[in-house]
Design a protein around this ligand. Structure first.
Ligand code: PMT
Length: 410
């Protein structure tokens, strides 16, 4: 099995491009997180970025001169150091841009090269990770959406911004992703083992929606982030990935085929349709356990009377897969309040899985909707591995590390 993406690698070089946005200061946290993992970071700042943070901050942090402009200076000494910087840039395996402004995305998408960072982008041949941050309207603008599609189409990884209060006073998507989350993606790109090459990984993600009437449904708080992180990790490690997704507000990871579904029954049908191709199945979706037996054909009118819904159980997709799994590796998730270990063990056995990911969902910063997760991996051998809270993308890599170790050992 190849190495996972967190530390332990020689000669890991990343270029950190910083765009001109209020989130530029957060790039310092990202630089530090990468350096703590042994990554050499060469910072490149656009002219606009320098309006927000001084290059000296990053020079002090990285113990390297920051590249600030292509044509700013002249003279032998400057030329020599510029050549040195370019050499470092050539040796880098990853270019991460955070914050990636709407302007930078547009330049990259259209191949403009009018400053150091955009020129470097065109000359760079390694992995590219872009962490956009901007005003919500700019993020939602069709021009930005089109540029993102273009960049995704080139295989770049986009670390989507988070929702929240923005510096401009708006509330919505546009806030730079947590630097720890961006660092996890960069580390994975740096370490990128291709140990899932030749595998087809079928992932389910998000909630399902079970209709009550044409305007109402039963659902849960799953955002899809965990399942999408699993799909992204699998694709980064060389797998062909089919992602069966319930209704979520996430962009599909690069290079992943997405099958959109709504109900538990649609999810089951999609999973069964793609089952013959799958060699590994990871069921991170929060599938509804019950559905309304006879959804109303028209909108249920409000009245003073009590309303009773007749619920029937949905098919347990994971249990069904467990009964017919053959050589496939099967991973389930068990979302639990309190210690997840006993239920994870029980579900592992009853659903015939190779691994059950016991997921603590009653703690701040873990489970539904959060960027991080706190899980315990229960393996078919009986071994239980408690992972420290980490970004979901990193948790996803640990799941594959242990799954492949399990297979190699058998
Ligand atoms: O989406 P996020 O916001 O990132 O949140 C992630 C998560 C908390 C949803 C995820 O990490 C998680 O724990 N998913 C499993 C949630 C769940 O449905 O747990 P469960 O214990 O009810 O189900 C156990 C397993 O059976 C799951 O793999 C589930 O996909 C599967 N199942 C359940 C019911 C059903 N009808 N069919 C199924 O296949």
């Amino acid at each position: 099995m190849g190495q996972s993406g967190t530390g332990g690698f020689a000669c890991q070089n990343a270029i950190l491009g910083i765009g001109g946005g209020i989130a530029a200061y957060k790039a310092a946290e990202l630089a530090r997180a990468l350096m703590e993992r042994g990554v050499t970071v060469q910072v490149v700042m656009t002219r606009a970025a320098q309006e927000f943070v001084r290059p000296l901050t990053f020079a002090a942090l990285t113990a390297r001169k920051v590249i600030t402009d292509m044509f700013a200076a002249s003279g032998e000494e400057t030329l020599a150091s510029a050549v040195e910087h370019i050499r470092v840039a050539q040796e880098a395996q990853v270019l991460v841009v955070a914050p990636a402004t709407a302007d930078l995305l547009a330049k990259f998408a259209n191949g403009l090269a009018d400053d150091f960072l955009s020129t470097l982008y065109l000359a760079f041949t390694g992995s590219v990770v872009l962490a956009p941050a901007m005003n919500t309207n700019m993020w939602n603008h069709p021009a930005t959406r089109r540029n993102l599609e273009t960049l995704r189409g080139r295989g770049h990884t986009i670390v989507d911004p988070e929702e929240g209060a923005l510096a401009c006073g708006m509330v919505g998507p546009g806030r730079l992703a947590d630097p720890a989350r961006i660092a996890a993606v960069v580390l994975s790109a740096l370490g990128r083992p291709r140990d899932l090459e030749g595998e087809t990984v079928l992932v389910t993600a998000g909630p399902t929606e079970e209709p009550v009437d044409p305007v109402r449904f039963l659902s849960n708080r799953s955002s899809g982030k965990m399942g999408y992180a699993v799909a992204e990790a699998a694709a980064a490690r060389g797998a062909r990935v089919i992602l069966v997704s319930g209704p979520v507000h996430l962009s599909p990871p690069a290079g992943v085929s997405v099958v959109k579904v709504r109900t538990a029954e649609e999810m089951r049908a999609a999973v069964l349709q793609h089952l013959p191709e799958a060699t590994i199945i990871v069921k991170a979706a929060a599938v509804a356990d019950y559905r309304v037996k006879h959804p109303a054909a028209g909108k249920i009118k409000k009245s003073e009377e009590r309303l009773t819904l007749d619920l029937e159980p949905t098919a347990d997709i994971l249990a069904e897969l467990g009964r017919t799994k053959g050589e496939r590796l099967l991973v389930g998730f068990a979302a639990e309040t309190g210690d997840p270990l006993p239920e994870a063990r029980r579900k592992l056995a009853s659903k015939h899985c190779d691994m059950m990911v016991g997921n603590r969902v009653d703690r701040e910063g873990s489970g539904f909707g959060s960027d991080d997760n706190e899980v315990v991996l229960v393996l078919r051998t009986g071994e239980a591995v408690a992972l420290p809270r980490a970004p979901k993308r990193e948790v996803a890599d640990r799941i594959f590390d242990h799954l492949l170790k399990l297979r190699d050992a058998s």
